[in-house]
Design a protein around this ligand. Structure first.
Ligand SMILES: C[S@@+](CC[C@H](N)C(=O)[O-])C[C@H]1O[C@@H](n2cnc3c(N)ncnc32)[C@H](O)[C@@H]1O
Length: 252
């Protein structure tokens, strides 16, 4: 598996085109030296080889081979400690899940849950999701994309680090099959408004809340679907009195 050093060279949402590949990247994350518990370290050592897929530049993932079946595949970007990811994979056993995260404690935490819950429909990649999507995922192949509570980067000078940007959303749409969905959630209202603006501006997307005859509006926020259980990050936001906004858009 790619280590922290490899991940730290990664790119952000701004780096999706061929030209951008060669520019100094603006990343959507900062790699912190998070504490790895003994259990997480053990999980990385013992379970990593089985459940963590190595990042390889320009090598497309063969989902049917990886999961040994043909099933719709959903990618989650930035799963954090992975509780929600494990809950969803456990609920939706007929779907394949690929979880992408750069932080090793999160990878160890989710590997532990994979083993504890016997999840056979979930694999992980420890690398920058922008590169993974760009290099490893076949166009028009995904049934869904989940991005829950991406780092809000609240300071104006950091807005360029936000994952949800027009160029990145275009890349997401490119990887979705027709009728595939993007599900975003955030507890930061200005980011929710930005997300809404970016998704509404993407011509290939339509809100699950809109009908053909209605223009996109603020009512394009969706109700939280039952499959999305409360995440660690969400819990902290709620404790601070934040609201939560879900957005679910479908590729035409
Ligand atoms: C604010 S946390 C939310 C984590 C989790 N989704 C939750 O709700 O608890 C955002 C996570 O996204 C990860 N992340 C940010 N940019 C990423 C990228 N480009 N590729 C992979 N992971 C990324 C960060 O490492 C971090 O763990």
């Amino acid at each position: 598996m790619e280590n922290t050093k490899q991940a730290s060279k990664s790119f952000s949402a701004d780096a999706v085109s061929e030209t951008d590949k060669h520019r100094r990247p603006i990343r959507s994350f900062v790699l912190r030296q998070g504490r790895l518990s003994p259990g997480q370290a053990r999980a990385v050592d013992m379970l990593g080889p089985q459940y963590v897929l190595p990042f390889k530049a320009d090598a497309v993932l063969n989902m049917a081979k990886i999961f040994e079946r043909d099933a719709p595949t959903i990618v989650e970007i930035g799963f954090g400690m992975g509780n929600t990811t494990a809950d969803i994979a456990q609920q939706l056993l007929d779907k394949n899940f690929i979880g992408i995260e750069v932080h090793t404690p999160g990878v160890g935490s989710l590997l532990k849950m994979i083993a504890e819950r016997n999840l056979t429909n979930l694999r992980l990649i420890q690398h920058d999701a922008v590169e993974v999507l760009r290099d490893n995922v076949t166009d028009s192949s995904l049934a869904g994309l989940h991005i829950f509570f991406p780092d809000p980067w609240p300071k104006k000078r950091h807005h360029k680090r936000r994952l949800i940007q027009p160029a990145f959303v275009t890349l997401l749409v490119q990887k979705l099959q027709t009728q595939g969905y993007i599900h975003l959630a955030t507890d930061w209202q200005p980011y929710a408004e930005h997300m809404l603006e970016v998704l509404q501006a993407e011509p290939q997307l339509v809100s699950t809340k809109s009908t053909a005859s209605t223009a996109s509006t603020a009512s394009d926020y969706a109700a939280r679907p039952l499959y999305r259980t409360e995440s660690n990050f969400e819990r902290k936001g709620l404790a601070k009195g934040h609201g939560v906004w879900d957005l679910i858009f479908i590729k035409r």
